[in-house]
Structure formats: C-alpha cells, structure tokens
Design a protein around this ligand. Structure first.
Ligand code: HEM
Length: 441
C-alpha cells in the first residue's frame, strides 16, 4: 500500500513538473529530479503513460528549446534514453544510456587515443563509485530506490569488497589515493565515494545521475547496469587504442603500437573483477528484471564488435550471422573494406623497416590482447551459464550455446600462439644479422 501511494506521488510530481516546464521551456530548468524519481519508483518499463506523453511533447520542442547548448544536448540524450520503450526502439545502447554517458567513442579522431586512458579511468571510477554509493546509501537506510529483492548483508559486503579492490589501481593512477586512510573496507568504500564525488564537475555528476534508468525496481539491476556500462567504457577505450595501434604500425612506430596493445590487454584483464562483482547478482533478481529487457542484448555492443573486427576480419559465416546483423553499421564498415591489426602487422613486417625486437614487442602485445579477450569470453560464458541456465538470450540467440560456439574464435591470425613467429623481412639487429629471425616464446 505504502509503495502504491509512493508511486502515485512520484507520478503526480513528474507530471506537474513537466506541465510547468512546458509553459516555460528552458533546458536549464528541466525537472530531471522529478522525472528520474518517477522512473526509479516503478522502473522504465512501467512509467506512467501521461508522463511519457509529456516527455514526448518535450522532445517535439527540443530544436527550439532555449538554454546553453550543452544543457540542450544533455536533455536530448536523456530523452533518447527515457523514451526508448515508448518509441518501441529500446535496445542495448539505450538501455545503457550510452548517449548520456558519452564514452570515448569509436569515431573519435585517432589523435585522441593518447588521452583516452585518463578519460576512461575517470569515467570508470565514477561508475563504480556510484554503485558503491548506491549500496552504502541502502545500508544506511537513506533510500527506498529499487526496493525489490534486496540482497543479504553478506552479499552486499562481498560486492563492496570486490568494488574496492577493483578501484584501488584507478585511485593510484588518478592520484586520489592520498585520501584513502581507512583500514575497514566499508569505511574505505565511503572514502572512495567521497573522493570521487569531490573531484567531479557538476556536469559529470549530472551525467552520472541521468545514466541509470533500470527497467524494473530490483536492487541488483543497479549493479547490472553499472557493470555493463563499465565494460562498455573498457571496450570503447580499447577500440580507440587499437585504432591508435593501427596508425602507429602504419607509421612504423612499433613502440607506440606495442604500448596500445599491451595497455588494452591490461585494461581488459583489470576489468575481470567486474565479472566477479556481477557474480554477486542474485539469479532470482536477474531472472525478474530480464522479463523487461527483451530486445536489449550486448550482442548489439558496437564497441565490442569494432574491437573484434579491428583485430582481424571476422569469418564470412560470422559476418552473416546475428553476431554482426545486430550491429549493422559495423557490419557495413567491414563489408566496405576492413583494415585490421592482422593486416597492418604483416604489412609492417614485410616492409623491412622494423627490427626483430620491434616486431617481437608488437607480437607480444597482440598475444597479450588475444589472451585477454579469450579469457574475457571464457569468464563471460561461465557467468551466463550461472545466471541464464538453458534459457535463450535477449539478443535472439539460443543463449549459452551461442557463447560456447564463439568462445574460441581466434582473435588474430598472425599472433596466435601456433602462428609462425619469424619475419623474413625484418630489419636485423647486429646480433641477428647472420641468423634467421626467430622470436622465442
Ligand atoms: C548476467 C550476465 C550475463 C548474461 C546472462 C549474458 C548472456 C549473454 C548471451 C546469452 C549472449 C548471446 C546474445 C543474446 O542472445 O543475448 C551474450 C552476448 C554478449 N554479451 Fe553477455 N551476458 C551477461 C553479461 C555480460 C556483460 C557484463 C557483458 C559486458 C559488456 C556482456 C557482453 C556481451 C557481449 C559483447 C556479447 C556479444 C558476444 C558475441 O556476439 O560474440 N555480457 N551475453
């Protein structure tokens, strides 16, 4: 009964806020708080029809809404996410509010690659600390948001421990670890949340607040969304860095190419703890909210498919399968002609402009990347088996059999452990001049 009254109250507040806004229409004064409260009180799948109609009306005025350009942009991105189900175009990018988050995008100029890591560290620290903040606020009894299926104290404790472990290296790299003095993990988590929040601009805070629109009201969906977003951030970083590696190889800058490859592998390995965190999601919870996520599947992750196809051109049967039909613009780019690290590596080897040591360094980077992706796929499959069992996926595949089928697809041709590791065209160092180049394992 109480939640019913709460629901109506949030709905009425959102409607009133929107009505009022429609009279004045300024991007700076949009009632985000009221609208978010409505979404969080019922879940995106159940938002009141009148609220949705008013949001659609807001959107119809977006081209003429006065206010700072950045505020108009934020409002437009938010509406894109908030109205996806209403418009019947709900999918993985809108579920994750990727438009709102503005990840380091795959179509960023490659010149941004050197700065991508710092941007990514910052955003991922914000995403995970926001999850910590949510869990701590629930522990403190300060929120009634997403009240269904609360996990036990033990489960939350484990989740927080894992998040704190995951965050440690980020704090060191971001230079924020001076503020971490607590020895108790929960206290440490509080310090992390505070340090990250103190370091955020108002616009970053708003982005974070608007980027969480669960489809239902189960506690664990917060974790699910933040983990998916954190992985997407990682994929976006890697996609940009792999493009950086491609350019570096074209410029015969092997050191730079090797750096991007090994840093990408490290980023993906480090993200492994996100899977451990997600493994604390209650199966019952996942099974409940996934009733409303049909149509949104990570098979639609553009960044994942971009990074995969930057390594090597996928086989024809994969290009002509749901794997790539689910990301049509990536598929089209591949069909239009795909330049891969595989191609670039062979080309750089053949040029005779790289020494054996340089080739060895790039090769080692490719091996590290391959290893990290294969491990990622293996862990993903285990988690999916646990959470999903034998059910079909939300991306129209048969579920885990699909994942088992794609798990061992080679990441590169030219850097697989079994592939030859010699390059007859490489520039020889003095020590190697009289013997064939062979890079030992
Ligand atoms: C509860 C946890 C998860 C389950 C049960 C699960 C299940 C699945 C299933 C069944 C598929 C096949 C496509 C489909 O029909 O949906 C899939 C694909 C995929 N998932 Fe997950 N997943 C989980 C977590 C994650 C996470 C955290 C990520 C990170 C972004 C992720 C990324 C992917 C990617 C990139 C694909 C496409 C793989 C490909 O096409 O080769 N998944 N997942």
């Amino acid at each position: 009964m109480a939640s019913h009254i709460g629901k109506r109250f949030e709905t009425e507040r959102a409607k009133a806020g929107l009505e009022d806004w429609l009279q004045h229409r300024n991007a700076k004064t949009f009632p985000f708080e009221e609208v978010m409260n409505e979404y969080h009180s019922v879940g995106k799948h159940f938002v009141d029809a009148d609220v949705l109609a008013r949001l659609a009306e807001v959107r119809s005025h977006i081209a003429t809404v006065p206010g700072p350009w950045q505020d108009v942009q934020v409002l437009a991105s938010f509406l894109d996410t908030a109205l996806d189900k209403h418009d019947d175009r709900y999918d993985y990018p809108t579920y994750l509010a990727l438009n709102v988050l503005q990840l380091p995008a795959h179509n960023d100029p490659v010149e941004h690659a050197p700065f991508a890591r710092a941007r990514f560290d910052r955003l991922r620290a914000q995403l995970v600390c926001d999850l910590l903040d949510y869990e701590l606020t629930v522990i403190d009894g300060l929120t009634t948001s997403l009240p269904q299926l609360r996990p036990s104290a033990d489960v939350v404790d484990k989740r927080i421990h894992l998040a704190v472990r995951l965050m440690r290296p980020f704090f060191t790299r971001l230079g924020l670890d001076g503020s971490l003095t607590a020895t108790d993990t929960i206290e440490l988590a509080r310090q992390m949340v505070e340090a990250v929040r103190d370091d955020m601009s108002d616009s970053e805070k708003r982005t974070l607040e608007l980027s969480i629109l669960p489809v239902y009201t189960a506690h664990d969906e917060y974790l699910f969304l933040r983990v998916l977003q954190s992985f997407e951030t990682t994929f976006a970083l890697i996609a940009l860095q792999l493009r950086g590696a491609l350019t570096a190889l074209a410029n015969r800058d092997a050191g730079q190419a090797a750096h991007y490859l090994s840093d990408s592998a490290a980023a993906l390995r480090e993200a492994g703890l996100l899977f451990s965190m997600l493994a604390t999601m209650q199966v019952e919870s996942f099974q409940t909210f996934r009733n409303y996520t049909e149509g949104a599947s990570a098979i639609q992750s553009r960044n994942y498919k971009i990074l995969e196809s930057l390594c090597r051109t996928p086989d024809a049967d994969r290009i002509d399968s749901l794997a790539y039909y689910s990301v049509p613009e990536v598929r089209e780019r591949i069909l239009a002609g795909n330049h891969t690290l595989d191609d670039a590596f062979v080309e750089a080897c053949s040029s005779g402009q790289l020494s054996a040591d340089e080739i060895g360094a790039v090769h080692a980077g490719m091996e590290a990347m391959s290893d990290a992706i294969l491990r990622w796929r293996k862990t993903h499959l285990s988690l999916a088996v646990r959470m999903l069992g034998e059910q079909t996926g939300t991306g129209s595949t048969e579920g885990t059999p699909y994942l088992a089928h794609v798990r061992d697809i080679p990441v590169f041709e030219s850097a697989e452990p079994a592939a030859p590791r010699t390059c007859p065209f490489a520039k020889k160092t003095a020590a190697q001049r009289n013997s064939p180049i062979a890079m030992s394992a």
